[in-house]
Design a protein around this ligand. Structure first.
Ligand SMILES: NC(=O)c1ccc[n+]([C@@H]2O[C@H](COP(=O)([O-])OP(=O)(O)OC[C@H]3O[C@@H](n4cnc5c(N)ncnc54)[C@H](OP(=O)(O)O)[C@@H]3O)[C@@H](O)[C@H]2O)c1
Length: 234
């Protein structure tokens, strides 16, 4: 059977992280020609793909690096992280929005804390954790959650073919299959708040060919979690 990636080029921005490497593996399995962008000091983390992908080393918020990486790409999958204090997430998103081909499918990762329309409903525990983490990380100058929010604001306002995939808490482990998704955090199907990282990556890669996800911000949860199973039985 013809694989969906045959003859198509896909870029993973943030390829050296855990999610990024899973996405590279899924993309290679689907026979995409893969370009990976990662920070110079992380290139070694992509050693397992030597000879099978093109690696472009550099900061992912560098316009020239991203312009080079996304040239000719049919799809760009971007890991948005709040780390650092120099607008890394918004700079990364902006570079992708500015330089990807007009018709390219753009898929971004982030967490449930991002809300597109303000209609997400967060539990007390989630809100407390987000507030404490956000403040401490900002004080310690290790992360800037507000900048990830800004990155998504720019994506939501763009006329590119974007999807923002909002991840629940993550865990390692064997695949459970494609995660299920819902429009809003707080929807009962999402209550288990857990997804295998390998499946998050699969959702990102499969979103490329799912036009129903264009201009959506799906919140995902593992297919075999209790809340997803209860929902499917209902
Ligand atoms: N962890 C969770 O429980 C969780 C929950 C919900 C959603 N998510 C989302 O899932 C995605 C992947 O997150 P992850 O936690 O699993 O991490 P991950 O896949 O390991 O990725 C971390 C990324 O951050 C980069 N990074 C680390 N420190 C950095 C710094 N100081 N400056 C710039 N970049 C830095 C890493 O690059 P190097 O390889 O160069 O270090 C890597 O690309 C993110 O979009 C996150 O918002 C995660």
């Amino acid at each position: 059977m013809r694989k969906p990636g045959r003859g198509r080029r896909l870029c993973v921005v943030g390829a050296s992280g855990k999610l990024g490497r899973y996405m590279v593996r899924h993309a290679l399995d689907r026979e995409y020609e893969v370009v990976g962008v990662c920070r110079e000091q992380s290139v070694d983390k992509l050693a397992e793909f030597d000879g099978r992908i093109t690696v472009i080393p550099g900061p992912t918020n560098d316009q020239a690096v991203i312009a080079r990486a996304v040239t000719g790409c049919d799809a760009v999958l971007t890991v948005l992280v709040p780390w650092g204090r120099d607008h890394y997430a918004s700079g990364t998103a902006q570079a992708v929005l500015d330089h990807a081909q007009l018709e390219a499918r753009l898929v971004f990762s982030c967490g449930w804390h991002i809300s597109r329309d303000g209609k997400d409903v967060y539990g007390r525990k989630f809100k407390a954790y987000a507030a404490v983490f956000g403040k401490l990380a900002k004080l310690a100058r290790v992360a800037d959650v507000d900048d990830q929010v800004e990155a998504c604001r720019r994506i939501f306002g763009s006329d590119t073919r974007w999807t923002v995939v909002r991840g629940s808490d993550l865990e390692e482990g064997e695949s459970q299959g494609l995660p299920v998704w819902s429009h809003h955090v707080g929807d009962p199907v999402l209550a288990s708040n857990l997804t295998r990282r390998v499946d998050y990556a699969r959702f990102m890669v499969e979103a490329v060919d799912d036009d129903t996800l264009v201009h959506e911000a799906p919140a995902i949860v593992g297919r075999l979690t209790p809340s997803a199973l209860a929902h499917s039985q209902a």
